[in-house]
Design a protein around this ligand. Structure first.
Ligand SMILES: [Zn+2]
Length: 193
């Protein structure tokens, strides 16, 4: 008889981070059982350029653009003061960027972080790239409100979905500020009246 290894996660101990003050949830928690690997993996959104929403979006769906890059906001006011995404115009993923775009990605990451950190009430900006959802490269920039120590660190993106949305007026003011800040050193704000 052949023995097949089986792993059960029912009794997997919870990780230490569930006790961190930044962890957004309380109460009884259990680790989900891990699914069997799904191979080959299904395509991501926009894997085929003809169905890529980023490639088909017009410039006026963005808050700032230049010849090779565009910055967009979330569709609705987020829970955080600002959540922005940086995308290349070309349909590429991170590891596919040519040297010029790779170098510009570093410069723009710094510039966007600096712009968002200059918004009133923003203490810190976290930069994330996941890439399991959409194939077209998109970097996330999440602004943490000043003084909100409970939102520090890696759970910030969860808190963004948990917190009530910021007011539309505050959100638009923040977007206009960042778009103008970026345009000051090149490209153009799409929010200019
Ligand atoms: Zn694309």
């Amino acid at each position: 008889m052949r023995l097949v290894a089986r792993v059960t996660f029912v009794d997997t101990p919870l990780p230490d981070f569930v006790n961190w003050p930044t962890f957004p949830f309380s109460g009884e928690l259990r680790v989900r059982p891990l699914d069997a690997p799904s191979l080959p993996e299904p395509p991501r959104d926009g894997e085929d350029i003809a169905g890529c929403r980023a490639c088909q979006a017009p410039d006026d769906a963005y808050i700032w653009v230049d010849d090779r890059w565009r910055v967009r906001a979330t569709e609705q006011p987020p829970g955080l003061p600002l959540v922005l995404l940086l995308e290349p115009r070309m349909h590429l993923d991170l590891g596919d960027l040519p040297n010029l775009e790779a170098a510009e990605l570093g410069l723009l990451t710094v510039r966007i972080e600096r712009a968002m950190r200059s918004v009133d009430g923003v203490a810190r900006v976290h930069v994330n790239r996941w890439g399991d959802g959409a194939a077209h490269l998109h970097l996330w920039f999440l602004a943490r409100p000043a003084g909100a120590l409970q939102l520090r660190g890696s759970f910030l993106s969860m808190w963004d979905d948990i917190l009530p949305p910021v007011s539309t007026r505050t959100w638009r003011d923040n977007l206009s500020f960042v778009a103008a800040y970026l345009a000051d050193q090149g490209g153009r704000s799409m929010l200019e009246s």
